[in-house]
Design a protein around this ligand. Structure first.
Ligand code: ATP
Length: 320
């Protein structure tokens, strides 16, 4: 359904995308994961025809979307990060308006508005003005507007930011339904449990490049890790930091991860008389978070650690 190839985009000095690919088949949900600034929104904006790439191609349902953006636009629904609804129109009018934009006739868009509103828990609010909705309701309407015309490609950019548990579940359910009806879905989020609920396939992007793609079980298997993570006050035992085959990484002011052939009991042995300095220990379980950290690099740069430590010092100083 979607085949975006070799997308490249610079904003002045910033190389936001550097030869990134994204393919999504009908019925497939792909979760686009990446740290802040990785290039996700830039990629979605290019695919949606909102931004021109410096290089690359976008094929949508067999259409060259860069050459024929209007034809391609009919196939897609996008809910960007910032909510955009008409505050003076009612929920129903918002939905019907977005249906009309994509060429639906009056009867179809009116029936579809009710169906989508019900699906996202907006049924009782159909005649309420957009400006009189709560934050979560606005978020639901924003998402509903993107799927009212049953797009063949749906792209949602962090659709559940600020959403409560119910809204979150309704959005996830609506996405699953649409995919079950054959739509291709691209879903970006920083909240990994949603990716698990969606059983989405993963595309992990960093610095404008795709670093990994695959199903969740595939990537968890590929990035299987063993080790421990712990919190400890003070210096680490020398024997641990120089331990054969162990990779010790600082993850916060007092937070550490040790990758390698080590379990919790062995960690205690390394600390010996100093075990009282250990505040918590757990063994590493391979999951999406460990995959993400393994792919994007699990080392937090020293600058951000220093900032975190400084913030802690300030808080402690303020309490003293
Ligand atoms: P986030 O998770 O924070 O939403 P993202 O993965 O969506 O991040 P993008 O918004 O695509 O990231 O940004 C990619 C890079 O391009 C970042 O370094 C960002 O600062 C930069 N960037 C984005 N838009 C612009 C712009 N209009 N002008 C200059 N730089 C930009």
């Amino acid at each position: 359904m979607l085949r975006a190839t070799d997308l490249t985009k610079a904003y002045g000095e910033v190389q936001a995308l550097n030869g990134a690919d994204l393919s999504v088949a009908p019925g497939q949900v792909v979760s686009l994961l990446g740290r802040n600034g990785a290039g996700k929104t830039t990629m979605l904006s290019i695919i949606a025809g909102l931004l021109r790439p410096d290089a690359g191609s976008v094929e949508l349902g067999g259409i060259d979307a860069l050459a024929k953006p209007e034809a391609a636009a009919k196939l897609l629904g996008i809910a960007p990060q910032d909510t955009g609804i008409y505050t003076v129109l009612t929920v129903r009018q918002n939905l019907e308006f977005f249906g009309e934009l994509s060429g639906m006739d009056r009867a179809t868009r009116s029936a579809r508005a009710v169906e989508v509103a019900d699906r996202l828990g907006l049924g009782p609010l159909l005649d309420r003005k957009g400006g009189q909705l709560s934050g979560g309701e606005t978020r639901r309407l924003h998402t509903a507007c993107a799927l009212v015309h049953a797009p063949r490609l749906l792209m949602l950019d962090e659709p559940t930011v600020g959403a409560d548990v119910t809204t979150r579940l309704q959005i996830i359910e609506a996405v699953r339904d649409l995919a079950a009806d054959g739509a291709a879905v691209v879903y970006t989020t920083h909240y990994l449990p949603e990716v698990v609920s969606l059983e989405a396939d993963l595309v992990i992007i960093d610095n404008g490049q795709v670093l990994a793609t695959g199903t969740q079980p595939e990537l968890i298997e590929q990035h299987r890790i063993s080790g421990v993570q712990f919190e400890a006050a003070g210096e680490l035992p020398d024997s641990l930091t120089s331990g054969q085959g162990l990779e010790v990484t600082r993850q916060g002011p007092d937070r550490w991860q040790v990758l390698g052939d080590i379990d919790m009991a062995q960690l205690l042995e390394y600390f010996g008389d100093g075990t009282a300095r250990l505040r918590s220990v757990e063994s590493l379980q391979p999951d999406l978070e460990t995959v993400f950290l393994a792919v994007t690099g699990n080392r937090i740069d020293d600058e951000s650690l220093d900032e975190e430590a400084a913030a802690t010092d300030i808080e402690e100083g303020a309490r003293a």
